[in-house]
Structure formats: structure tokens, C-alpha cells
Write a protein that binds this ligand. Structure first.
Ligand SMILES: NC(=O)C1=CN([C@@H]2O[C@H](COP(=O)(O)OP(=O)(O)OC[C@H]3O[C@@H](n4cnc5c(N)ncnc54)[C@H](O)[C@@H]3O)[C@@H](O)[C@H]2O)C=CC1
Ligand SMILES: O=C(CO)COP(=O)(O)O
Length: 363
């Protein structure tokens, strides 16, 4: 039941109102793929949710609920489940990637021969590819170059559990072609259950980077909270983290103003303040003195900020931008430094003016 007041999956009522049904494929049956499936099902679309693991697909079909990744939310009948990519992509009007970043390339390679020529491809994954440092749109364009016109990315303050609860949520869809972003905005635009509001943007790079880098920053904020540092430290980490996101974004061609929108500040606020965030919980656990592997095992879901931290340090070197928080997180996660040490080292960095470190007025 949506908090805004209509039974989820009340298909008959939606069809009576003439709401068009589209066939859409969601790749990845974790918490995010499932939350997106619920939102699209509210719009009376026919959603095919693809799970890599046949046993997981079978459990989803049998239980009509994703007990492993998003328990407590019944899956309406207009969400079909499959573990067969061919079945998921047959006659689909759009394909939505909701797999972790380390799976996007291989899944894209698998769908390349199956993708209907007019289908849009939307990346809802928030991460960067290890090795190449690519954003997900770059990975998708490399694997399926012909998709550029119909390619888009979605990012914003969108915690899966809250989306599934049907509370008001906003996000951004960015594409190289305005008509693609507008088309996807319409696909998500909710008529019967208005809980998900989509804005469009032309800044693909900025929207993707905002969503990726905030995962690393959220780890740092979790650390500060576990150390009991309070609101001043949290605000400083968020603000300086945003500065380095903008710095990297500018170097990659993003617009600085994108980072003051939903996919920048918006997502940072949601993730950094939420105990629902897996990345925040990684930081919190490490701040309590647990080992990274132990925390990840306890969470049992993807925390993209961990691999993203590694990639950010590579990108900082490659683009010649200062990213001291990302480097501090790298020391914490992978080099054996203690939480107290990395915070102390950050505080002892050479003193500077707020906008001086990169020669850009926004930094
Ligand atoms: N959960 C959330 O609130 C949100 C998550 N995201 C992003 O969505 C992406 C997916 O995350 P979640 O669904 O949250 O993670 P999750 O941990 O809940 O689920 C991950 C899913 O991906 C599947 N998977 C893992 N490796 C795979 C592979 N090689 N091929 C196919 N499937 C594979 C797993 O079986 C599982 O079903 C991440 O990039 C995350 O940052 C974005 C917005 C919100
Ligand atoms: O991207 C998210 C919220 O916008 C989800 O954050 P976590 O992956 O940290 O749970």
C-alpha cells in the first residue's frame, strides 16, 4: 500500500484510466532493481525483473517477495521474474541496469545481441569501473556503441527501502539526447501513485559522478559518527567531500551546478544521514573497530563506496585533482590506517583558503 493512497499494482484501475503499458526489463534483482520494479509496476507497466541466479528467481516467483534483498514488499503480478536474459529482453521498450558496477560490463556484453534496436538503456547503477575508472555510461557505450542516442543514467537520493514504502522521492535522469531523458521521465511519471518525481538533465557526467562519489563520502561520515564526532565533523566531511566531487567532475567535463542538485547534494544528504545506507554502515562499522571484511559480511549487500574509493584515487592521479578525503578513505580501507589517524592527518593538512586548492572558484 502506498502512503499516498492507492493499492500497489491495482492494474485494473490504471488500465481503465488509459495508462499505457510498456514492457520494461530490469537487470538485477537486488534491493535497487526490486524497488525500481515496484515503482514501474505502480504505473501499470509490464516489468520483467531479471535475476542472475535461477534459484533466487524461483524464490521470487514462489514467494512474490524479495526476502533476501528487500523483504516486506509484495511483488504485484505485473512484475514477471526470470533468470533468462532472452526472455527479459524480448520486445522490451527499455532496459534498466540495476546490477552492481562490477557486473555492468559483463551483463552489457550478454545483452548486446538481444537488445531491441529501439529500446532505451538506463543505468541506475552508482559506481565506477575498477581498472578503467569508467562511469557506467562509458562502459555501456564501449560495449554497445549504437546505444548512445537512447542511453541515460538515473541518480538521486533514492534509498530502495523508502522507495518501496512509497514515500515521496525525487531523482534525475540525464541523457546525451534530450528526447531520451524526456521519454524516460514519462515512463516513470506516476499518475495513480505519485510518489516518484523525475527531473531531466543534460549533464550525464555530473549526475553519474555525484551518485558514485557520495558512496565513498558516506563511508567517511559513518566513521565520524562512530567516533562520536558529532554534527560539525559530519558537515565538514560532507562539504569538503562535495568540493572534491566537483573538482573531479569539472575535470571530466561536468557542470559544477549539477552537484548542487538531487544527484549531488541531494544524494549526499540522504546517504550521509541514513542508517539505511550500506555505505554509511560500512564506515560506522570500521569506526567501531571492525575489519572491512567483517562489516561487508554483516551487511550482505553491495557497498559501492568501497571499490569506488580505489577508483577515485586512480582518477585523482590521472586528472591531477586533489582528493584528500578519498585518499584518506583509501588509507583507512586498504592500507591499515586507523580511523583516528586518518582524521588527524586530514586536520593537519597544510592550511588553505576554501576555494584555493584547485584554482576553480567553486572548489
Ligand atoms: N539499494 C539502494 O538503495 C540503491 C542502490 N543503487 C545502486 O544499485 C546498484 C545495485 O545495488 P543494490 O541492488 O542495492 O545491491 P544488492 O546488494 O541489494 O543487490 C545486488 C544484486 O546484484 C546481483 N548481482 C551481483 N553480481 C552480479 C552479476 N555479476 N551479474 C548479475 N547480477 C549480479 C546480486 O545477485 C543481487 O541480486 C549499486 O550500484 C547501488 O549503488 C542505487 C540507488 C539506490
Ligand atoms: O544510493 C543510495 C541512496 O541514494 C543507496 O545508498 P547505499 O548504497 O549506501 O545504501
Amino acid at each position: 500500500m502506498s502512503l499516498i493512497g492507492m493499492e500497489r499494482g491495482d492494474l485494473a484501475s490504471l488500465v481503465d484510466r488509459g495508462v499505457a503499458q510498456r514492457r520494461l526489463a530490469i537487470l538485477g534483482a537486488g534491493s535497487w532493481g526490486t524497488a525500481l520494479a515496484l515503482i514501474l509496476a505502480d504505473n501499470a507497466h509490464r516489468v520483467c525483473l531479471w535475476a542472475r541466479n535461477p534459484e533466487h528467481a524461483e524464490a521470487l516467483r514462489r514467494e512474490r517477495e524479495n526476502r533476501r534483498y528487500l523483504p516486506g514488499f509484495p511483488l504485484p503480478l505485473n512484475i514477471e521474474i526470470t533468470s533468462c536474459l532472452e526472455e527479459a529482453l524480448t520486445e522490451t521498450e527499455g532496459v534498466i541496469f540495476a546490477v552492481p558496477s562490477d557486473a555492468v560490463r559483463s551483463v552489457a556484453e550478454s545483452i548486446r545481441p538481444l537488445l531491441p534496436p529501439s529500446a532505451f538503456v538506463l543505468s541506475a547503477t552508482k559506481g565506477l569501473e575498477e581498472g578503467t575508472g569508467f562511469r557506467m555510461s562509458q562502459v555501456l557505450m564501449e560495449v554497445i556503441p549504437q546505444v548512445e542516442k537512447r542511453l541515460a543514467v538515473l541518480s538521486g537520493p533514492n534509498l530502495a527501502v523508502e522507495m518501496a514504502r512509497g514515500v515521496p522521492t525525487a531523482t534525475v535522469v540525464a541523457a546525451f539526447y534530450e528526447e531520451t531523458a524526456r521519454h524516460i521521465q514519462q515512463v516513470f511519471a506516476q499518475q495513480a501513485v505519485p510518489t516518484f518525481r523525475v527531473y531531466t538533465s543534460a549533464d550525464v557526467v555530473g549526475v553519474e559522478l555525484g551518485g558514485a562519489v557520495k558512496n565513498a563520502i558516506a563511508i567517511g561520515i559513518g566513521v565520524c559518527d562512530a567516533l562520536g564526532y558529532g554534527d560539525n565533523a559530519r558537515a565538514a566531511f560532507m562539504t569538503r567531500g562535495l568540493m572534491e566531487t566537483i573538482r573531479l567532475g569539472r575535470a571530466q567535463g561536468a557542470k559544477a551546478e549539477t552537484f548542487s542538485g538531487l544527484s549531488g547534494v541531494g544524494d549526499l544528504i540522504a546517504t550521509a544521514h541514513s542508517r539505511l545506507s550500506r555505505n554509511y554502515r560500512v564506515g560506522y562499522g570500521i569506526g567501531q573497530g571492525k575489519a572491512l571484511e567483517e562489516v561487508l559480511r554483516e551487511i550482505g549487500q553491495v557497498a559501492e563506496g568501497v571499490p569506488t574509493t580505489r577508483v577515485l584515487c586512480d582518477l585523482a592521479r590521472r586528472y591531477g585533482v586533489e582528493m584528500p578525503l578519498s585518499q584518506a578513505l583509501h588509507r583507512l580501507l586498504f592500507e591499515g590506517f586507523s580511523p583516528e589517524e586518518i582524521i588527524r592527518n586530514l586536520m593537519l593538512r597544510p592550511l588553505k583558503s576554501e576555494g584555493a586548492s584547485c584554482g576553480l572558484e567553486t572548489c
